[in-house]
Design a protein around this ligand. Structure first.
Ligand code: NAP
Length: 242
């Protein structure tokens, strides 16, 4: 059991983030979840985390708002004393062909999926440097590896997260901080509920969609089960990108 460790999971109220929060809680980690607006989902996830006998808290803030992030991180440190594990998971899609993509579609996705990781990791990595330990996991996507038509904004943000992961891994290794990324394929969550899944499954070598728990297992592995892996991108995609 990982007693006394503290994790922050952004976008931890629903979908993949919720599964990561529960998986870490099951391992004995105290978990703070962040979310944007859905109070009901956040409350349920907090209760489910607490059922594992660990401490939980929810923080509603927009990860793309630097001031709101700084305030929330200060509150978390006052309440929990430290952050050992950071999962930069909050994300959105605003798909569309590039020719028709609006500035808002582009900026919302870059701000929420990529700039957010900078805003959150900046103060958290400073804490981890002082602690001389930490694990950061960035939620990328196979779209950031192979590029997806209709997702120029999202593919760019996720590819950026992969570069961020590798650069930070090199910078922070000497302080005993590991930085890795997970690249999910098609996972059944609210984000993907309107996609033509039957056609997609045909393209996946394992012939099935992923569950949030499949991704959470990879996150827990990188956060807790190893101390010698850093700078890596672990695909959880049923073999879609080989
Ligand atoms: P989801 O079910 O739509 O959940 C998104 C979570 O992020 C929710 O907790 C939501 O909070 C939160 N969120 C959204 N915008 C936010 C903001 N501005 N500030 C703070 N929190 C915010 O999404 P998901 O499918 O679990 O995806 C999670 C991550 O995995 C994303 O980074 C996504 O890009 C990545 N991913 C997903 C898939 C997939 O197939 N699902 C594949 C590859 C990568 P509220 O509940 O308050 O809205």
């Amino acid at each position: 059991m990982q007693e006394n460790k503290v994790a922050l999971v952004t976008g931890g109220s629903r979908g993949i983030g919720r599964a990561c929060a529960l998986k870490l809680a099951e391992a004995g980690v105290n978990v703070v979840i962040n979310y944007a607006g859905n109070d009901e989902a956040a409350e349920k996830t907090v209760k489910d985390i607490e059922a594992f006998g660990v401490k939980a808290a929810k923080k509603k803030f927009n990860v793309a708002d630097k001031e709101a992030v700084d305030t929330a991180i200060k509150e978390i440190v006052e309440e929990f004393g430290k952050i050992d594990i950071l999962v930069n998971n909050a994300g959105i899609t605003r798909d569309g062909l590039f020719m028709r993509m609006s500035d808002t579609q582009w900026l919302d996705v870059i701000n929420t999926n990529l700039n957010s990781a900078y805003f959150v990791t900046n103060p958290v990595s400073k804490l981890m440097i002082k602690q001389r330990s930490g694990a950061i996991i960035n939620m990328a996507s196979i779209s950031g590896i192979y590029g997806n038509a209709g997702q120029a904004n999202y593919s760019t943000a996720k590819a950026g997260l992969i570069g961020f992961t590798k650069a930070l891994a090199k910078e922070l290794a000497s302080r005993n901080i590991r930085v890795n990324a997970v690249a999910p394929g098609f996972i059944q969550t609210d984000m993907t509920k309107d996609l033509p899944m039957d056609a997609i499954v045909e393209r996946i070598p394992l012939k099935k969609l992923g569950n949030p728990e499949d991704v959470a297992a990879a996150v827990k592995f990188l956060a807790l089960d190893t101390d010698y892996i850093t700078g890596q991108v672990l695909s959880v995609d049923g073999g879609l990108v080989i």
